[in-house]
Design a protein around this ligand. Sequence first.
Ligand code: CP3
Length: 355
Amino acid sequence: MLSEGHPLVDGRTSHSALVRAYSGERTDRLPVWFMRQAGRSLPEYRELRVGTAMLDACLDPAMASEITLQPVRRHGVDAAIFFSDIVVPLRLAGVDVEIKPGVGPVMGAPVRTAGDVARLTALTLTDEALAPVAEGVARTVAELGGTPLIGFAGAPFTLAAYLVEGGPSRDHLAARTLMHADPATWQALMTWAADVTGAFLRAQVLAGASATQLFDSWAGALSLADYTAHVAPSSARALGAIADLRAQGVRAVHFGTGTGEILAAMRDVGADVVGVDYRIPLDEATRRVGAAVPLQGNIDPALLAAPWPVLEAHVRDVVDRGRGAAAHVVNLGHGVPPTTDPDVLTRLVDLVHSL
Ligand code: CP3
């Protein structure tokens, strides 16, 4: 149950453009936020992060909260997204994981065999361990007023891809091999990942997040058949961790990259909103998922560095192609590149709000 003081319950965010759009309502103001809006594109972020490792920053409630608020103050976006990382729940469960600058999440050892998975799944994620996350969210929400906070988590496949590979990989070969070579071990790994990531998501919502996003960033590496048989049930299980809270109005966005072929299957795990990357236009996405589904996306991040008239024309096209969806939340087709000029993002927010 959401508490009385939750922003969706006390009315602070329930009528916001973002929450209404996620519920399928067209609003006067077209809501916009950016994946990775908090981070290296902002000088104030780079300054604050000096001397603090990424995961330590995520687990420092005051720092995580300040970083979450920075892009809201600067750009006037319609949502904050909690500054954290998809591997935070792994670290809190006791997994040896680090985020290497310029590389991404790296495990102390890959999880490859039935024995490795048995050792991993013996770890549990407690509410006490999640306390810094809940505190970071609560502090942030206290500052945000009517701007909703989005809580997020990695989907089980994307987490499993890092765990099995031991770090970032191109084709996620080892993970896809395990899925077929030892389906029982794969299932045990995915179920554990679903429960850990589901607990992380639930902690953020209970502490005040008004909406959620499940990132299955690497699901586009899968065939539709593999996604449906070996991955989708675990993503549904992760979202199941907040089923009671969703009944109270907490919406869930489901996003991945290169997911054009599996877009309808990603809707079918129980998402309210489908996040679309830049590879397919939104009118085509609507044909694939149906006109009843609100969409989020899908400005090509590469165009943030193009001359303004080129970017503006692209943004207008994205918005036009989004008109066939039940509702549209403007976002990028993937995260903000670290080299982005933050003033371009601010100008983009103003443009979207003027359309
Ligand atoms: O502003 C936001 O969007 C919220 C914060 C956020 C981060 N990571 C902060 C971060 C979110 C939502 C994520 C999710 C995340 N983390 C995903 C899913 C989204 C996606 O991009 O597909 C994935 C796959 C990860 C794993 C991860 N963590 C990667 C690939 C990297 C980048 C490595 C690098 O240095 O290029 C990270 C590190 C990370 N997570 C950074 C930030 C701001 C950069 C670290 C730094 O600032 O030093």
